[in-house]
Design a protein around this ligand. Sequence first.
Ligand code: TYD
Length: 208
Amino acid sequence: MEKGKFIVIEGLDGSGKTTQTNIITEKLRAKGINVINQAEPTPHEFGRMCREVLGGRKKVTKSQFALLFTADRIDHNINPEDGINMHIGKGDTVISDRYYYSTLAYQGVDVGLDWLMSLNLGCEDIRKPDLCVFLDLLPEKSMERINANRSEDEIEIYETEEYLTSIRKRFYNVIDALKETENIVVINADGTVDEVAEQIEKAVMSIY
Ligand code: TYD
């Protein structure tokens, strides 16, 4: 059987990743492609630990935090029950809401981008995606959307405009560093849901 595709949707908090991931999932299914919709941090052991740190309920060092995301990513690849490798081996497409681009952007500045790059890109258990779609949105727009959709106690440690501005810059550095070796498409997420969805569909269909 033909190998399935692995697609990643990246972007700042509030950039519409979840909405757009659901839309492209439905569009691919309508074309008869079997799609598995997943996200990092995963619901598994290391992913749950990442969420506890994000919510301020657990304290770890910055390097430990970066390793937790990376350990979660390895599990996401190799988990025999619902890992990327297993689904792709069956010929299905996996779409992941976030992947190593997030670790490089969010944790890179804390622990050194070079170390994190070799940890993630040099790991035999971490697959390179067939496509990464980066949904780009100005941080003030991200904050507007985050504040409109969530109550105060749900807002995570990274969700301030100043932080999002620096993370957007770091996403651009990561994209710059990887654009020669990876298939990364940057899409302006400041359009209507339908406009953005159409551009994503174009990028996604180019890999089939
Ligand atoms: P997010 O996709 O925003 O989940 P939710 O929709 O539940 O808020 O991801 C949660 C946070 O995790 C987000 O602020 C970015 C952070 N994160 C990292 O810092 N590093 C990583 O490697 C990943 C995957 C996520």
